[in-house]
Design a binder for this molecule. Structure first.
Ligand code: GCW
Length: 702
């Protein structure tokens, strides 16, 4: 009897195994509704392929695995079996009717002659179509009368890993690096394959595998062999590998006495090195370069320009398909300047001088991935240069791995912004997809949030940001809500009521985070170095533009950085329509107000409250909203996997504690300038500013 009980308990324990999140949105658990399952199964009896491409094999195997999990049915794969009905037919076709409107990676899914036909011009297109079909089943969509075509908006859809050779990850909050450099090339961690599947499932087709603060080590033969092994794993998933390079490599690695981009020996060194890279990685994606930024070497060290540097590398890449991605994240330390304008000013004279193979990668905003930034003024102002987008998926300034913040609305806010470069409708999205100025290349990059944590991203909800990035790089017209709905259904729960509640939480999460950290267009007030928690009083740092006071400019009169003609005039970098949108403090959206104006504490805003009152209300409201998120989450306990539930529950507790920390720090600190009462019915913080300042030490962040 006892033995039977033990067996039963063991059975229950193993079958109710908690979900560690490692399967991401590709869970493929058996659909609970038998009728629905049978409905799908009746349409899917076999998988047919018409090619030996390894990518097609990936697609067929993925479908087979997905059908087995979701439908509980083993479906065979056979070659050229499309004559029968009831098949999922994967078809590469150069010119069939289905593929006529398709770009290279695009696909069509159609119901034809009793089969589900996935057609594309390229193997990658078929792979993306296969994942789309699986997503349809995972999210419970009907498969009858399928007639669906999809093309990616952007050609290079890329993750940038800021991973170091020693296993650390710059701004990584999910454990250490997922790349095991000491084991490569001999041992291939199975997680590389899971990573590749996850990326392919959302259309990501490129990855730069090392930190942009790059070590030359990655260009040694030893490391190139390791990188080659990674590329071999990613290739069948349609993903190309890029390498971040250190501009000084000809000196540090090649033994030359200069890295001057106009020096013939330096150019030869890069040409030879690029050739060598292609021996290990024949489909090498290209170089990613951070130069003359935050102490990194670059062409300016030799009196040369960014274009000189980038064009030297593109010359080396000329015989090959890949590109050169040159980052525009540059800024000089000038206490009297405005960092907002730096990249624009340095790059503007170079528009038209970059080789067509060069893509200049621009962060979404002019400062640095702040929770809310106006779109970067370079977008729309560089007609002759291919500009790519750099978003940050890892949440350096957005609560890292402990605050729930769904970033799709932030990505969208930037992409949908109108630059007015060629009149109304010249959105940032149209700049970076190349359509506005008819550029051949296009790029959307996201700084990855993946690490060695079992669930890849630390906070379970951070997975949604990886997912949303990929989906938007494929199609930025998708709504944030739609993407959240998909992700929740595949990842979190099948219960409709819980799905709605989670969607609401996700959609509100960014505005909530902004309320208790950076309301009304404030920026850059986080703890020094680690960038976690509040430190609005930070006045001394290695550089003036690494302090907080440089940005918020609080004084006895008011708060905010005047970027109108009266002070920095950064607004003048935008087109007149955009200047009008933000240039007048009475009309500027409150979300952006303090980005552009120094506003008196006593000024009445459109809400009817003074600036000081509005600031307090937002900080306090942010905290209250976090409490509401906690209540909402608790109400879903029975519908969420236990491990995931408790994981999020714990992180929400941290978020509440730290929202209070932000609120008290900022309200108490700004109060020393405004000298106004915290408006009732808000209750003043129970701790003093000095006590809050000490928290930085208590949190061991220094
Ligand atoms: O946001 C800042 C980060 C640095 C980063 C840099 C960059 C890779 O604090 O850690 O360095 O931006 O984007 O180059």
């Amino acid at each position: 009897m006892l033995k039977k009980l033990v067996i039963l308990l063991t059975f229950i324990m193993f079958n109710a195994a908690a979900d560690d999140g490692s399967r991401l949105w590709l869970k493929y658990d058996l659909l609970k509704d038998a009728r629905q399952r049978d409905g799908y199964a009746s349409l899917i009896k076999y998988i047919s392929i018409n090619s030996d491409s390894p990518i097609i094999a990936t697609a067929a195997n993925e479908l087979q695995m997905g059908f087995e999990g979701l439908l509980g049915k083993k479906v065979s794969i056979s070659k050229n079996a499309s004559g029968k009905t009831g098949g999922v037919v994967l078809e590469i076709s150069a010119d069939g009717a289905n593929v006529q409107s398709l770009m290279d990676d695009g696909f069509a899914i159609t119901a034809q002659k009793g089969n589900i036909l996935i057609s594309a011009k390229t193997p990658s297109g078929v792979l993306y179509g296969a994942f789309e079909l699986l997503r349809n089943i995972q999210t419970g969509k009907s498969l009858s009368n399928l007639a669906f075509t999809s093309n990616p908006k952007v050609k290079i859809r890329m993750l940038n890993h800021w991973d170091n050779a020693n296993g650390t990850v710059e701004r990584g909050y999910a454990g250490s690096s997922m790349w095991k450099w000491t084991e490569l090339p001999f041992r291939i961690d199975p997680r590389y394959i899971q990573y590749a599947r996850a990326n392919a499932s959302i259309g990501i087709n490129a990855a730069s595998i090392n930190n942009v603060n790059a070590s030359s080590r990655f260009l040694t033969a030893e490391y190139l062999e390791k990188i080659g092994a990674v590329a071999d794993v990613l290739r069948p998933y349609g993903i190309r590998v890029f390498i971040s390079v250190n501009f000084r490599s000809p000196r540090t690695l090649g033994g030359l006495d200069t890295s001057d981009p106009l020096d013939s020996n330096v150019r030869k060194w890069w040409n030879d090195k690029t050739k060598e890279i292609h021996k290990y990685v024949p489909d090498f994606g290209g170089f990613l370069v951070k130069a003359n930024s935050e102490g990194e070497p670059g062409p300016q060290d030799y009196g040369r320009t960014h274009a000189d540097g980038a064009n030297m590398l593109s010359e080396a890449m000329r015989p090959y398909k890949g590109v050169v991605i040159w980052r525009a994240f540059v800024y000089k330390a000038d206490p009297n300047g405005d960092r907002f304008k730096e990249a624009y000013d340095q790059f503007k004279p170079l528009d038209g001088t970059f080789d067509p193979k060069v893509i200049v990668q621009v962060k979404n905003g002019p400062i640095d991935f702040m929770p809310r930034e106006p779109f970067h003024p370079m977008f729309g102002a560089f007609p002759k240069t291919t500009l790519g987008m750099e978003f940050q998926i890892t949440q350096e300034y957005l609560g890292q791995s402990t605050h729930l913040t769904y970033l799709a609305p932030m990505f969208k806010e930037c992409l949908d912004s109108d630059t007015y470069a060629k009149g109304k409708g010249s959105t940032v999205a149209k700049v970076i997809d190349g359509s506005l100025e008819s550029h051949q290349n296009s790029l959307m990059a996201g700084v990855a949030n993946t690490g060695s944590d079992a669930n890849w991203t630390g906070h379970p909800f951070n997975q949604a940001n990886w997912y949303a990035f990929g989906r938007l790089a494929w199609d930025y017209t998708l709504s944030s809500e739609q993407i959240a709905i998909e992700w929740i259904a595949m990842t979190m729960t099948k219960n409709k009521i819980a799905q709605d509640k989670i969607r609401t939480m996700m959609m509100q999460s960014l505005p909530i985070y902004v309320s208790y950290t950076y309301p009304l267009g404030t920026a850059h007030m986080m703890g020094e170095g680690h960038h976690y928690g509040p430190e609005p009083w930070l006045a001394k740092s290695g550089r003036p533009d690494w302090t907080s006071v440089y940005y918020h400019r609080a004084d006895s009169v008011g708060l905010g950085f005047d970027r109108t003609g009266k002070v920095s005039n950064a607004l003048s970098l935008y087109k007149p329509e955009v200047q009008r949108q933000w240039g007048n403090a009475d009309e500027c959206s409150l979300d952006y107000l303090l980005w552009f104006h120094h506003v008196p504490w006593t000024k009445k805003l459109s809400t009817g409250r003074t600036l000081w009152e509005e600031l307090c209300v937002r900080y306090y409201d942010g905290v209250e909203q976090v409490k509401k998120m906690q209540v909402a989450w608790e109400s879903m306990k029975s519908e969420i996997d236990k491990e995931t539930f408790e994981n999020v529950e714990g992180r929400l507790k941290i978020q509440k504690k730290e929202a209070l920390w932000w609120r008290d720090a900022c309200v108490l600190y700004f109060n020393t300038y405004s000298k106004m009462l915290i408006p009732s019915p808000l209750v003043p913080p129970t701790r003093t500013l000095d006590e809050v300042k000490k928290l930085v030490e208590i949190y061991h962040l220094r």
